[in-house]
Design a protein around this ligand. Sequence first.
Ligand code: FES
Length: 82
Amino acid sequence: MNTKHEIIICLGSSCFSRGNRDTLKVIEKYIKDNNLKDRVHFRGKLCSEKCSLGPVIFIDQKIHEAVRADTVVELLDELFAT
Ligand code: FES
């Protein structure tokens, strides 16, 4: 696959303090450990105005709600399975 995936993590204070602080580290480690730097754009953004659904991340423009550091790997495995 040549197209890069895009992962955006909300780093607004609500999402950050409620879990994205750890999820950020998990995603960074996952990309590094699996040598995926060339397959993904990973960046953070400020509050996405979805605080009540948070912590949120966006994968290829699809929102994922109530993301947890201990389950985000499942999303990543699914994304990079192909
Ligand atoms: S802080 Fe993430 S949606 Fe507001």
